[in-house]
Design a protein around this ligand. Structure first.
Ligand code: PEP
Ligand code: MN
Length: 335
């Protein structure tokens, strides 16, 4: 971190700043130009509050030369992280295919879809029991009963289950859930992230709809700094000026996050495109860009789905896409 001081800084204030920085474990290197003094800080600057220093009268500007996330940063952990989930692994050259309905609607609905996606080659089952809906009048999910239905589907198919948690107070219901999903709307619910960080459970952390890569990685850092390093990053489309698609699929997220972080990366083409016919091309683009996995919504009767029917793939289309995604993944691995 570099601190640029105003001209002729007050000596007492400068000394007190330097003493404070040293007290925080920093090595402080002073470089004096013809008219300006610059302090170079060496050490773990993740603990330094940049706004606190910027607000001082004697300070003109503060610049970070290193990213503020440490545990999620590839610089401090060069190898890719591989996260075991049930009998499968996320990352490490595997293509994780998480599929299922947007919401768990009934036992019959979930078991039907779970059997079909398993048969088609999915490696995990998704389904929301606690749903973040834009309208309070829309279907809110079955809650704990939905989790029991997911457990039953796991028991029958052997597929690990991925489901969204919205409130830290609900954590006791989720103790045996294989992957906790943090939705886009909760990416910066810091209390939820901290609470999840205290569990050892794998987390699928979805990018907020207006979040930068750094903000996504700082949210991963919240979970990891509490001791839970099993974080899977998910690109699910961001909000832009385009309104034809539900969101804009940011395929750049895959190579950029791969460069910045060692955590596995999954893409969600369903919430990105918001339209059934866009799911396959976006999914294949994500795999071509190097994603470790995908999360895809599938429904056997999308016209009657209680949420996100327009973006749900029919089981046959999903089965065809699984073959294409695996072929694309093999090609990328060979190149
Ligand atoms: C979901 O996966 O059903 C969901 C609500 O996703 P997101 O948080 O990305 O909107
Ligand atoms: Mn959905």
């Amino acid at each position: 971190m570099i601190v640029i001081l105003r001209q002729d800084p007050d000596k007492a204030q400068l000394d007190s700043l330097i003493t404070w920085l040293k007290g925080k474990g920093m090595d402080v290197h002073e470089s004096r130009g013809t008219s300006q003094l610059v302090l170079g800080l060496v050490g773990d600057t993740t603990q330094i509050d940049i706004d606190l220093i910027s607000a001082l009268d004697i300070v003109e500007d503060v610049k970070r030369v290193q990213e503020p996330y440490k545990k999620a940063n590839r610089k401090f952990h060069p190898e890719d992280t591989v996260i075991p989930v049930g009998d499968t692994q996320v990352g490490g050259g595997n293509l994780t295919i998480i599929a299922g309905p947007c919401s768990v609607e009934s036992r019959e609905q979930l078991l039907t879809i779970a059997r079909l996606v398993k048969e088609a080659g999915a490696t995990m089952l998704r389904g929301g029991a606690f749903k973040p809906r834009t309208s309070p009048y829309s279907f809110q999910g079955l809650g704990p009963e939905g989790l029991d239905i997911l457990r039953e589907a796991r028991e029958e198919t052997g597929l690990p289950i991925v489901t969204e948690i919205m409130d830290a107070a609900d954590l006791p219901y989720f103790e045996d859930i294989d992957v906790l999903q943090v939705g886009a709307r909760n990416m910066q619910n810091f209390d939820l992230l901290k609470a999840i960080g205290q569990t050892g459970q794998p987390v699928l952390l979805k990018r907020g709809m207006s979040a930068t890569y750094q903000e996504l990685l700082m949210s991963a850092e919240y979970i990891m700094s509490e001791g839970n390093e099993k974080v899977i990053l998910c690109e699910r489309g961001i909000r832009t000026f385009e309104s034809y698609t539900r969101n804009t699929f940011d395929v750049s997220a895959v190579p950029v996050l791969r460069k910045l972080s060692h955590l596995p990366i999954v893409v969600d083409p369903s919430h990105a495109g918001g339209k059934r016919e866009l799911v396959a091309p976006l999914a294949l683009a994500g795999v071509a860009a190097g994603a470790d996995g995908l999360e895809i919504e599938v429904h056997h009767d999308p016209a009657r789905a209680l949420s996100d029917g327009p973006q749900a793939l029919l089981p046959d289309a999903f089965a065809k896409l699984v073959k294409q995604m695996n072929a694309m993944h093999d090609l990328v691995e060979e190149l």
